[in-house]
Design a protein. Sequence first.
Length: 80
Amino acid sequence: GEAATRELDLLLHTAGITIVAFDADQAALARSAYERWGKGRHPAALNLGDCCSYALTQIAGEPLLFKGNDFSRTDVVSVV
């Protein structure tokens, strides 16, 4: 509802989170990531959402904040 929307907007503003459009370059890299690291192909077993996160971090040259062991089985640089 409206309260949750306001809370999300406040969180995004307070944390300085930037919303980034998903473009064709990211889509191509996400597709390649799935071919390389995707479920049924590699022990990392990334899903589509994971591959989109992977693509954004690779293109932006930024580390990724994640939990679990999936991304640690890829070439992603971790925030921690």
